[in-house]
Design a protein around this ligand. Structure first.
Ligand SMILES: [Zn+2]
Length: 354
C-alpha cells in the first residue's frame, strides 16, 4: 500500500457499512427479505403449510455447497408471487436494503419470467411493476438504480426473445443491460447468441454468467460469441493465462461474488478463492453480492471477506472506483458518479488525494 494514501484507521476497524458502494451483480430474485417471503408464503396454499424454519431452509443457503442445490432455492422463491403487490414489495425492499449499506449506484437484475410464471402474470406487466416500485424507492432513499433483464439458460427461445423486447421497450425507465444466467454445465449459451448480438447492437450492456461452475471455455464463448462487456463470476478465467490476457486487453470485468462461490461449491473455501490471482493478473474486477438474502450476506460483508483475502482498504476503494467504469451508464453519467464517489471517499480517508 502506498504510505501517502494509507487510511488513518486500522483495517479491521474500518466501518465499511458507511462507505459508498457500487453494486453491479445483484439478483432481485435473491434479494427477498425472509419476513417478506414468510408473509407471502402464507398466501400460497403450496407453501402455507411450511413451518418458518422449513421455509427458511428452502429459500436460504442451508449449508449444502452444491451449485444445482443452490439454484433450487429459486424454484421455491418463484412461488411467492401470487399478487402484484408481492412483486412490488420485493422490488421496493431490495432498494431499501441497498440504501441501508450505502450502495450509491445499483444495477439490479431480474428475470420477468421468475416473477410472472407462478400466477401467470404477463412478463411486461411484471417488469413495469418492478421498475416503478424500485424507481420510487430509489428516489426516496437516494440510490441511483438501473436494471438488467435476465435470461436464464433453460428458457425457450421465445421467452428469451420476449425478455429482450421488454428490455428494449423499457430503456427509458432505466434498463441498461441484458444478463444470461443459470446452469452453464447443463444449458449451452449457443441458442441465445443472436439475441445477445442484437442487444449489443442496440446499445444494451451485456453480462453473462460464465466460468462459475463451468470452465474458462464458457468465458471465451461469452466474450467471443455473446459479446459480453462483463462476466458474471468468470473465476475459472484464472486457469487460462491467455484468457486473462484477453480480458485485460479488452477491459472486460469479472463480477466476483465471494460468498456465493463458496456456497455454490465452485470454490472449496474463501481462503482458496482465486480473487487475489485475478487481481495479480490485472484483470478488471468488481466486487458484488449476487443473492444477498439467499446467501444471508451484504455487499459490506463481502468487503470484509476481501480484507481476509489480503486486499487493503486502498485496493477496495480502487475496486469501487473501477466499478464505475464498468457500469452500463453513458460516459457523462459515469463522470458524475465518479466525482460524487471520489468526493465521498476522500471525506472518509483524511489525507487521501481526491
Ligand atoms: Zn448471479
Amino acid at each position: 500500500m502506498n504510505e501517502q494514501t494509507a487510511p488513518s484507521v486500522p483495517e479491521e476497524t474500518v466501518p465499511f457499512q458507511q462507505w459508498p458502494k457500487v453494486e453491479l451483480h445483484r439478483h432481485l430474485e435473491g434479494s427477498v427479505r425472509f419476513e417478506t417471503a414468510w408473509q407471502w408464503a402464507r398466501k400460497n396454499p403450496a407453501l402455507a403449510h411450511l413451518e418458518q424454519e422449513k421455509l427458511r431452509r428452502l429459500i436460504e443457503f442451508d449449508g449444502v455447497r452444491d451449485f444445482a442445490h443452490f439454484l433450487g432455492r429459486f424454484r421455491v422463491l418463484r412461488q411467492l408471487y401470487t399478487a402484484p403487490d408481492a412483486v412490488r414489495q420485493v422490488a421496493r425492499e431490495a432498494v431499501e436494503d441497498a440504501a441501508l449499506e450505502n450502495i450509491r449506484y445499483l444495477e439490479l437484475r431480474f428475470s420477468p419470467d421468475h416473477f410472472a410464471s407462478h400466477a401467470g402474470f404477463d412478463m411486461e406487466d411484471v417488469a413495469s411493476w418492478i421498475l416503478e416500485a424500485a424507481r420510487a424507492a430509489a428516489h426516496d432513499h437516494g440510490v441511483e438504480v438501473r436494471f438488467l433483464l435476465t435470461i436464464a439458460r433453460n428458457y425457450d427461445f421465445q421467452t428469451a426473445s420476449r425478455i429482450l423486447s421488454i428490455a428494449l421497450r423499457f430503456r427509458d425507465l432505466g434498463i441498461v443491460g441484458l444478463d444470461l444466467a443459470g446452469n452453464e454445465l447443463m444449458y449451452p449459451a449457443e441458442p441465445f447468441v443472436e439475441l445477445f448480438v442484437r442487444a449489443r447492437e442496440e446499445g444494451l450492456g451485456i453480462t453473462v454468467h460464465a466460468g462459475e461452475a463451468g470452465t474458462a471455455a464458457h468465458v471465451w464463448e461469452a466474450i467471443d460469441r455473446l459479446g459480453a462487456h462483463r462476466i458474471g463470476h468468470g473465476i475459472r478465467s484464472a486457469d487460462d493465462p491467455k484468457l486473462l490476457e484477453e480480458l485485460r486487453r479488452r477491459n472486460i470485468s469479472l463480477e466476483v461474488c465471494l460468498t456465493s462461490n463458496v456456497q455454490t461449491g465452485v470454490v472449496p473455501s474463501l481462503a482458496e478463492h482465486p480473487l487475489p490471482r485475478l487481481l495479480e493478473a490485472r484483470v478488471p474486477v468488481v466486487l458484488c453480492s449476487d443473492d444477498p438474502r439467499v446467501s444471508r450476506i451484504t455487499l459490506t460483508d463481502e468487503w470484509y471477506n476481501a480484507l481476509q483475502l489480503g486486499l487493503s482498504v486502498e485496493a477496495l476503494t480502487h475496486l469501487t472506483m473501477q466499478a464505475v467504469e464498468h457500469t452500463f451508464l453513458p460516459a457523462d453519467e459515469k463522470r458524475g458518479l465518479r466525482q460524487r464517489l471520489a468526493a465521498e471517499i476522500a471525506s472518509l480517508i483524511p489525507g487521501r488525494p481526491s
